[in-house]
Design a protein around this ligand. Structure first.
Ligand SMILES: Cc1cc2nc3c(=O)[nH]c(=O)nc-3n(C[C@H](O)[C@H](O)[C@H](O)COP(=O)(O)O)c2cc1C
Length: 362
């Protein structure tokens, strides 16, 4: 993440079975540790900039197969950081589920294992079923971010304070805090958030180094969102990098890519899981028109929001260049089978991005 690539490319969601592809095709991603290890080594060798996991604790519904198995992200990150040399590996941490003293220590340990390559995605959570599983009451929406602010301030203090200290917060009182070592090299891990609400965005602009935005379905809307987030950050004296996410289907020809996309995300889509995911967010057929419901179902098949980049290498590279042109700093991509598809992406799309001047030659 600290290299000169103008457009950073990362892999999103590989710690979960099926990644972000809500499909039943037999070649869908296993999410197993061994496959993640193979993927991280491959991504590191190809110069991919980061891996971003999804903190998911159980499948969305009683029946669906999607993300039924997931690896916990801090232990996943620690393992991958030990096995790689260059790539940044994020851990995704639910602030309301992790005690900050424990989380700060776990993250520092991962950061030392990776010699400074750990990154933090701080999330407040939204999935009621997961909170119930932990026996934790989910706060009202605004309070989630008030809590996350106090939590993140505590983490930063734990990472920096030389002397013992107490915290008398609105949500917790903690005494005699002492934590060594500090993050590797004396600098904080990169901190990101991906809130979709205006409160979530403000939390990112005020407290984080990077913001992942998935709102907006056109380049113009994306440009507006990037500007709005960066302006808000500048008002509090910060520079903010804005990223997005997408699902990539790249094949030798446009026709092949579109056919595979249709096969994986329409014919073989895991519609049971799609409907369970929508229900978890109170999106039901009786709450919208039939056309709207059909549209959100199609979108949901490729994870929750983000770009669908489907085509031959020229097409995918041009689309990525379009995203860079509206000020995006990078994208976390997902593939149906990360290990099988990454070599083609890296050998065909990345060189085109180099020719666009968006990435340094490897
Ligand atoms: C790139 C990205 C990664 C995310 N990762 C997670 C995650 O791992 N776990 C989770 O519960 N929510 C995750 N989210 C959801 C957001 O953190 C956020 O809670 C959600 O978009 C709702 O926004 P709000 O909290 O502002 O209402 C992610 C969203 C995006 C766009």
């Amino acid at each position: 993440m600290y290299n000169h690539n103008k457009l950073k490319i990362g892999l999103f969601g590989s710690n979960c079975a099926s990644g972000r592809a809500v499909t039943l095709v037999p070649e869908r991603w296993s999410g197993s540790w061994d496959d993640n290890l193979r993927l991280a080594s491959m991504a590191d060798a190809y110069g991919i900039d980061f891996m971003l996991p999804v903190a998911r604790w159980k499948a969305y519904g009683p029946v669906g197969d999607y993300q039924a198995a997931t690896l916990e992200t801090l232990t996943w990150a620690a393992g991958l950081l030990g096995a790689t040399r260059r790539i940044t590996i994020f851990g995704t941490v639910h602030a309301p589920l992790f005690n900050p003293v424990l989380a700060a220590k776990q993250m520092v340990t991962a950061d030392h294992i990776g010699h400074g390559r750990f990154g933090l995605n701080v999330v407040v959570g939204w999935n009621e079923g997961e909170f119930q599983m932990f026996g934790v009451t989910q706060r009202e929406h605004e309070d989630r971010y008030a809590y996350a602010k106090e939590w993140l301030d505590a983490i930063k203090l734990i990472w920096s304070a030389a002397e013992n200290f107490d915290i008398h917060g609105n949500f917790a009182v903690m005494r005699g805090i002492r934590a060594h070592p500090k993050p590797f090299g004396g600098t904080f891990p990169l901190i990101m958030n991906a809130g979709a609400s205006s409160t979530g965005r403000s939390f990112a602009t005020h407290n984080c180094d990077a913001f992942f935005n998935v709102t907006g379905s056109s380049l113009a809307e994306q440009a507006t969102a990037v500007q709005a987030a960066q302006n808000e950050a500048r008002e509090c004296g910060k520079e903010l990098d804005v990223y997005t996410v997408g699902v990539v289907t790249c094949r030798t020809t446009q026709k092949e890519a579109e056919e595979y996309y249709h096969y994986a995300f329409v014919d073989q889509a895991d519609w049971v899981s799609v409907d369970e995911m929508l229900a978890a967010r109170n999106m039901r057929a009786d709450a919208m028109t039939a056309a709207e419901f059909a549209k959100v179902r199609r979108q949901q098949a490729t994870g929750m929001g983000g770009w669908r980049l489907v085509g031959d290498p020229d097409h995918v590279a041009n689309e990525l260049a379009g995203l860079a042109s509206v000020g995006l700093r990078g994208i976390g991509i997902s593939l149906v089978n990360y290990v099988e598809e990454l070599p083609f992406f890296c050998e065909e799309v990345i060189p085109r991005l180099e020719r666009h001047g968006l990435r340094d030659a490897r």
